[in-house]
Design a protein around this ligand. Structure first.
Ligand code: FES
Ligand code: FES
Length: 156
């Protein structure tokens, strides 16, 4: 079936099996390979996207369920001409190491900052609680999100 989605603000149409995973629609159908696959079972958060305003694991969402939805992937987090401060601080402050968790982590953090411009460290930890990281110990991830929240460039 042809599926129509609004991806990172642009209307996209793609042929997909109705039960194909949104993860594969994004990565294979649309070439948006920033969204990563970790567990493929809804446990790790590597595939996190924002689906109609809510965080979702793209590995668990069938294409037919995503039809007509608005999806934000890591490719939609940056501003037109520059990185979002979350991306800049993850890179500069050690929030990204191997990088597998990083796109999903940043999407979850962006969802948090869109709702709360001044999150506490506890609120940041809660916001990324569904995203597992094997490398960083989370401290530097929280540091990066808090620094990005304070960064005046966080506004478009
Ligand atoms: Fe989707 Fe792990 S790949 S939650
Ligand atoms: Fe490697 Fe998080 S940076 S899993």
């Amino acid at each position: 079936m042809e599926i129509e989605l609004r991806v990172n603000g642009a209307l996209r149409r793609v042929e997909a099996d109705p039960m194909a995973r949104l993860l594969d629609v994004l990565r294979v159908g649309l070439g948006l390979t920033g969204t990563k696959e970790g567990c493929g079972e809804g446990e790790c958060g590597a595939c996190t996207v924002i689906l109609d305003g809510e965080l979702a694991c793209a590995c668990l969402v069938p294409a037919c369920q995503a039809a007509g939805a608005a999806v934000t992937t890591i490719e939609g987090v940056a501003f037109a001409e520059r990185l979002h401060p979350l991306q800049a601080h993850f890179a500069a402050d050690g929030g990204a190491q191997c990088g597998i968790c990083t796109p999903g982590m940043i999407v979850a953090a962006r969802h948090c900052l869109d709702r709360n411009r001044s999150p506490t460290r506890t609120q940041v930890r809660e916001a990324v609680a569904g995203n597992l990281c094997r490398c960083t110990g989370y401290q530097r991830i929280v540091d990066a999100v808090v620094a990005a929240a304070l960064d005046p460039k966080a506004q478009p």
